[in-house]
Design a protein around this ligand. Structure first.
Ligand SMILES: [Zn+2]
Length: 329
């Protein structure tokens, strides 16, 4: 009996939040220092240590410690091949807890869902039960992460892709919580747009599993190009960060300021399937192997570094707000 008033209070709080702001889940992350931010990005990883997952994890730990990483962003496909079977699935330990055990990785992990996660029990990954097992674990479909300096807008991209609905083949997807699909997608686009418009952060970063611009195996996701890119462009998003293609990649835009970054090299890679990019001047870097990304930010500059499975620096670049304002003028 005592649980009912608590549940009701929680619902009222949610309803109140929905009346004045966009309805995306809001998460606050207090940075160590108000003026800077350091974090790691990895995607497409959970294979119980195989396919060099453990080797990439070890190097992430070293870099994480060196830069003082404050959290990890996972771009999805957290557990291969078919997500988690439930909150008791030992893969949570075998692919996450016991693999990312270096001191430099003992921070919060903000995880989005990939298409492989949707092939299992989605609610299990979203469940607070996993957080009770390992306090680093935070997973949501879509949310806004406020770190002060940067706002991260996590977008659940899997339900956008038509083929999972029209041609699922032998795969089964857990669409509970997503149907009816049209309403789910239109609400999400509206909420994303509102949340971006409300944001006054120096850096606006959108994170989703699926590629928007990519010369990897999956290439461009037409549904996101049509439905999400206009929202990103209108709201002057700085970066879109994704996984899905098992590579490391940086593509700029001729016709907007958005930079597209793929960090999907957490385990299996080397697919050897490289598509030509129609605008070669946009293609800054492509690596068809394993690795991860580090990001360090101040209000003036964002610095990115891609590392390979040995921890060697493959490519680095920086974006400055001063230059951006200048070029906007
Ligand atoms: Zn994927």
């Amino acid at each position: 009996m005592a649980r009912f008033p608590a549940l009701l209070a929680g619902l009222l709080l949610l309803a109140a939040a929905g009346t004045s702001t966009a309805e995306l889940l809001r998460v606050q992350h207090r940075p160590k220092d108000e003026g800077s931010l350091a974090f790691l990005v990895i995607g497409d990883w959970g294979r119980k240590g195989s396919h060099n997952q453990s080797e990439v994890a070890d190097q992430m730990g070293i870099v994480g410690e060196r830069i003082g990483s404050e959290f990890v962003i996972s771009t999805g496909d957290n557990f291969y091949e078919n997500g988690l079977t439930g909150t008791d699935d030992p893969a949570f330990y075998q692919s996450f807890v016991d693999i990312y055990n270096a001191p430099g990785l003992q921070t919060t992990w903000y995880n989005v869902l990939g298409n492989h996660d949707y092939r299992g029990d989605v609610e299990a990954q979203l469940s607070p039960i996993l957080r009770a097992k390992d306090s680093r674990w935070v997973c949501f479909r879509s949310a806004v992460l406020n770190t002060g300096l940067a706002h991260f807008f996590f977008v659940d991209t899997t339900p956008f892709e038509d083929k999972y609905f029209t041609h699922p083949g032998k795969d089964t997807y857990d669409w509970s919580g997503v149907l009816p699909r049209d309403k789910y997608l239109s609400d999400l686009k509206k909420d994303l747009d509102l949340a971006l418009k409300e944001s006054t952060a120096t850096w606006k970063i959108v994170v989703g599993h699926h590629t928007i611009k990519s010369m990897g195996e999956h290439g461009t996701t037409v549904e996101l190009m049509d439905q999400i890119v206009p929202i990103l462009e209108e709201n002057k998003v700085d970066f879109y960060i994704n996984g899905h293609d098992h590579c490391l990649q940086h593509i700029t835009s001729i016709d907007s300021k958005i930079q597209y970054i793929t960090s999907g090299g957490g385990s299996a890679a080397w697919r050897g399937n490289i598509k030509p990019w129609s605008r070669p001047e946009e293609m800054k870097f492509y690596y068809d192997g394993q690795g991860f990304l580090s990001v360090q930010m101040t209000k003036d500059e964002a610095s990115f570094v891609f590392y390979d499975v040995f921890g060697e620096v493959l490519y680095k670049w920086a974006v400055t707000k001063v230059a951006k304002l200048y070029s906007d003028a």
